[in-house]
Design a protein around this ligand. Structure first.
Ligand code: ACO
Length: 402
């Protein structure tokens, strides 16, 4: 495939592939997906095993460095991240400039982009030690930035990180805690969030990861590339789907819980009406991540919130869709986001914030891809071609003759 690609490039032949449905943009050793069989593996390890037996920090290490860490490597990695969780006091002032009702995704992206102004050692992508430091800084600081984006939106003071806590626990405390009150971490909630982050940690050449790679291919630094990836994830067809699912379920609830009526609107292709959380470019089978989440959603929701009416609507909707020819013929199954919003809501996160949680989970995957691309001697600046459909050559007319 690689040789054929090179040969075609020499002939000037252009492949027309809108949406890159059939274009391999990179060779990668990070994540394996078999969409027909519903298989997902990180560095060869099945997602089911990682979900059950690993944790997010370990999975982050695995994705970025290629192997599961030894106990010593894990300890070093964790303590390095703990040392970098603080934000520069001047960066904290950025949050004052955003409107209080700002969507947290652009806030997150702007703050991550600004990291390259505070850490100018990141600007030389060829310097590996700086890449290493940028990696740790991102893993450590993005949860702090995300927590502050939330605090800003509700007008509460920012909490400094408490580095005696784990990454997830620290993030929960900075998000939901108050300075004068002790914050008791709910272990079920921390475990559930850790699981969701593992499931979101990488998914090969999706829209945001491809964006990180494309921006990085110009040798833009890690902060700049990931800031762009966050904005790609913002869209409702990608990371924004988890919020959209909840809005859809709320809409069905407000309409008396009539699942049939909603499914008919989808089938009639009413403008803007899709079954959110269903369908995937690669999976033409049940998304294995959705399967894991569905299995745990009941358990998690009963532990956290004592059940949820919307979960019942979601289950009925799924059952209805999976037995309908429209969805069967198009191989539309629930994707990772069908159930995640319900869990995030039960944890107390507002709907707007769900996509930020997706970004926190996806961060190690973005970093792993950027680093893999930079180390690959075959990497070139990303520069697709086009099929020109505009006017043939014509002559300029002065304004008075038009
Ligand atoms: N509801 C209803 N119909 C759908 C849906 C859906 N969710 N998804 C696809 N279809 C239909 C399309 O209308 C099309 O039918 P047609 O041929 O009759 O026109 C057919 O299925 C193929 O759809 P495409 O849009 O060509 O599929 P594509 O691979 O481009 O899109 C996508 C994939 C964007 C995920 C799509 O399925 C979708 O919009 N889903 C809802 C949003 C969503 O859940 N996004 C999360 C994706 S996963 C993630 O980012 C974590």
């Amino acid at each position: 495939g690689v040789e054929l690609g090179k040969l075609l490039a020499q002939t000037g032949y252009i492949t027309y592939d809108p949406g890159f449905v059939n274009t391999g943009s990179a060779s990668s050793a990070i994540t394996y997906i078999d969409g027909d069989a519903g298989i997902l593996r990180y560095r060869g390890y099945p997602i089911e095993q990682l979900a059950q037996r690993s944790n997010f920090i370990e999975v982050s290490y695995l994705l970025i460095y290629g192997e599961l860490p030894t106990p010593q490597q894990l300890e070093d990695f964790t303590s390095k991240i703990n040392r970098h969780t603080l934000l520069h006091e001047d960066l904290k002032r950025f949050f004052d400039g955003f409107p209080r009702d700002a969507h947290p995704m652009p806030v997150l992206s702007s703050a991550v982009s600004a990291l390259s102004t505070f850490y100018q050692d990141s600007l030389d992508p060829a310097d590996r030690s700086n890449v290493e430091l940028s990696t740790i800084r991102l893993l450590a600081k993005v949860p702090t930035i995300a927590a502050y984006a939330y605090k800003k939106s509700i007008g509460q003071p920012f909490l400094y990180p408490d580095n005696s806590l784990g990454l997830i626990e620290n993030f929960l405390r900075m998000t939901f805690g108050l300075p004068a009150e002790p914050y008791e971490i709910d272990p079920a909630m921390a475990k559930a969030l850790d699981l969701l982050f593992i499931l979101h940690a990488d998914h090969e050449q999706n829209c945001s990861t491809s964006t990180v790679r494309l921006v990085g291919s110009s040798e833009a630094n890690l902060f700049a590339s990931i800031s762009a990836g966050i904005m790609a994830l913002f869209g409702p067809l990608h990371g924004g789907a988890n919020s959209a699912v909840l809005e859809m379920l709320e809409g069905i609830k407000a309409d008396g819980g009539d699942v049939d009526k909603f499914v008919n609107r989808v089938k009639n292709k009413e403008a803007g009406v899709r079954l959110m959380g269903f369908g995937h470019r690669v999976y033409k089978n049940y998304d294995p991540r959705a399967k894991i989440i569905k299995e745990t959603a009941d358990e998690i929701l009963s532990k956290i919130a004592g059940g949820d009416q919307l979960l019942d609507i979601a289950k009925r909707l799924e059952e209805r869709a999976l037995s309908d020819d429209y969805f069967v013929e198009r191989k539309l199954y629930p994707n990772v986001d069908f159930y995640t919003g319900l869990i995030y809501r039960a944890m107390g996160f507002p709907t707007k914030y769900f996509t930020v949680l997706f970004a926190l989970g996806r961060l190690p995957g973005w970093i792993a891809h950027w680093r893999e691309m930079m180390q690959d001697p075959a990497t070139k600046i990303g520069r697709p071609r086009q099929i020109y459909t505009g006017e043939k050559q014509r002559d300029y007319k002065p304004l008075s003759e038009r």
